[in-house]
Design a protein around this ligand. Sequence first.
Ligand SMILES: NC(=O)c1ccc[n+]([C@@H]2O[C@H](COP(=O)([O-])OP(=O)(O)OC[C@H]3O[C@@H](n4cnc5c(N)ncnc54)[C@H](OP(=O)(O)O)[C@@H]3O)[C@@H](O)[C@H]2O)c1
Length: 311
Amino acid sequence: MSATEDASPSPFDRRSLVNRVAAGLLGTAAVVTTAAGTGEELRLLTGVDTAASASEPGTKQSPIAVVGAGGKTGKLAVEGLLKRGRNVRAVTRTGEFSLGGGDVGDLMTTAAGDVTKTDTLKQALAGCGAVLFCASASKKGGNAEAVDYQGVLNAAQACVELGIPRLVVISSGAVTKPDSLGFKVTNVFGNIMTLKRKGEIGLEEIYAAAPKGLTYTIVRPGGLTDGAVIGPAGIELNQGDTIGGTVGRGDVAEVVVEAALSPATENTIFEIYDKKSRGPLQGGLPKTSGYERTGESYEAMFKGLQGGIGL
Ligand SMILES: NC(=O)c1ccc[n+]([C@@H]2O[C@H](COP(=O)([O-])OP(=O)(O)OC[C@H]3O[C@@H](n4cnc5c(N)ncnc54)[C@H](OP(=O)(O)O)[C@@H]3O)[C@@H](O)[C@H]2O)c1
């Protein structure tokens, strides 16, 4: 295992995390004035015993791995998990990862895991309770064939072999609509849409043959933006890949985190976009799919999701 952990995080760095946790949970006016962020402070803020760090897959305190943690959405997903007091394993190709605020001690470890290299990936994911696949093609990491297709399959295979109960993968809206403008424009970048869809299909095949209790969720965001998080009330989930829009990376990060923690998303595929931006993916498609999900919380929206849609 190549996971590393800073044995002596600076009090300043820890306080920074506690402040950010507090701001996320209590609103931006929240200020924590304690001298140093400790596990006890995080427990008080989050209601979660951060001292415990179970490593059995499926137990409440098993770390949740974020693969591609250094990417824009990956980093936000790490923060979303920490905000909820969850143990996180931040997985990057190099094993290096920083939140800017520094190391966060007990709650987070880092590990080197390259999705194109199954041995490093399995080492990085061992003992995790869930995996969030936020990796995508990059200059040094590999093209879409290697990362968005084969990398997804490698992650699915690793999760099945390691007995990790849940894999959540970020794919893309419109992957099943090759005639849509969104597909055509995005696919110019190394056939990424074609390859993401191949990754979805391969993943489904792996899980169809997997032991019961090992499950996946595929999240298909619309066009990504870096705007402020709008939260579930401003979001629409959908199924069937007929409606799309735009969505902030922060909202995508929130939904993948929530999906990993919810049994209602087991073996489902769903789209996510800002409901103000919604529209049919291509001419001739109806304005509604009949699978729209809106609500005040993701858990409420998840409850209506159906398996077998969008395969
Ligand atoms: N852009 C859009 O409008 C849009 C729309 C729909 C869906 N999406 C999808 O949404 C997801 C998140 O997008 P994003 O823009 O937030 O991602 P991003 O910032 O591009 O991050 C991708 C991450 O993947 C990592 N990575 C690349 N190769 C890897 C490998 N071999 N092993 C492990 N990690 C590797 C990269 O690390 P290094 O940089 O260190 O290599 C990077 O940190 C992606 O799947 C993307 O395709 C995007």
